[in-house]
Design a protein around this ligand. Structure first.
Ligand SMILES: NC(=O)c1ccc[n+]([C@@H]2O[C@H](COP(=O)([O-])OP(=O)(O)OC[C@H]3O[C@@H](n4cnc5c(N)ncnc54)[C@H](O)[C@@H]3O)[C@@H](O)[C@H]2O)c1
Length: 278
């Protein structure tokens, strides 16, 4: 299958690698050619790391990397599937999908990896349907895909994405088009609460994470998880949940907002609640 992936960040790179690992031809896109080059370099480095760890042979790694290339408009025309994984901004996604609607063939299924935005809203005014195909971070390790039908998404498209998710070795769950879907609706308020606990001085960042790991049996503490997701993404999801539901229980902690303003976004910038440069 020919797949176009838009976005060369944490998720876009993981999604591209997953599709290429399963034998699909992947064309990658971003806002700038330099970002595409960086994306391919990141994917190459992480695939080579898998070889060093003995999880892939050099031949398998070469085959995966050989299936990934920088995309052109021609790739959109002939694509079977486009997975959009650009930044979580509604206006940006709407404008990207408007362009995709014009350049993609009628056969192309358009999917978004949005964490919280309305799939129905993204699809307004388009000739193509849009479906939510929500992967989790890190893509290679996380088993779940939330499959989201917007108001104009057909049953056939939902079933096709569920079947594809199974072929990718994932477990699909069908979810209504509702803010944050299932996982982030529950997870993000928990992370936000952990940040309030930190801001109020109830415990240190280390002790908050140890508490949730040992006291709630979570594999990872909420602050380390926020750093992994990206603190900007966590803030954005809080804002979407609050705006869409009108419920202030989703109000982002001011400390989270301050950290995002300071560029303390977590692993991707080297520092967040914890320091990854050490
Ligand atoms: N981070 C997570 O844990 C996670 C999990 C599931 C879903 N998501 C969703 O995946 C999407 C991407 O998140 P991320 O964490 O990879 O973000 P990121 O900040 O790591 O990367 C965003 C990427 O968007 C791309 N981009 C920006 N403007 C663009 C444009 N105009 N055209 C094309 N590409 C553009 C860039 O390549 C950039 O690298 C978001 O919708 C996010 O909500 C994130």
């Amino acid at each position: 299958m020919k797949v176009c992936v838009i976005g060369t960040g944490t998720m876009g790179n993981g999604i591209s690698t997953l599709f290429a690992t399963k034998g699909h031809e992947v064309s990658i896109f971003s806002s700038r050619p330099s970002s595409v080059e960086r994306g391919i370099a990141t994917i190459t480095a992480s695939t080579n790391k898998m070889v060093a760890k003995g999880k892939l042979t050099q031949e398998e790694a070469n085959a995966i990397l050989g299936r990934i290339k920088a995309g052109t408009n021609k790739d959109y025309e002939s694509a079977d599937l486009v997975v959009e994984s650009a930044v979580e901004k509604l206006e940006l996604k709407k404008s990207l999908f408007k362009q995709l609607d014009e350049v993609c063939g009628d056969q192309t299924i358009l999917a978004t990896n949005t964490s919280s935005l309305s799939v129905t809203d993204i699809a307004v005014g388009l000739h193509h349907q849009v479906v939510g195909m929500h992967f989790f971070n890190p893509v290679h390790a996380m088993q779940l895909v939330e499959v989201i039908a917007g108001l104009s998404t057909s049953r056939d498209t939902v079933e096709w994405i569920k079947e594809l998710s199974l072929q990718l070795g994932k477990t699909p769950v069908e979810v209504e088009d509702s803010p944050g879907f299932v996982v982030n609706r529950i997870l993000i308020p928990m992370i936000n609460e952990a940040i309030f606990v930190l801001a109020e001085g109830v415990a240190s960042a280390e002790d908050i994470d140890v508490s949730m790991k040992l006291g709630a049996n979570h594999p990872m503490g909420p602050l380390a998880l926020s750093d992994l997701i990206g603190n900007d993404i966590v803030l954005h999801i809080c804002e979407v949940l609050q705006a869409e539901t009108g419920d202030d229980k989703y109000r982002p902690c001011p400390l989270l907002r301050k950290m995002v303003r300071a560029g303390l976004l977590g692993r991707k910038t080297g520092k967040g609640f914890f320091d990854y440069n050490k």
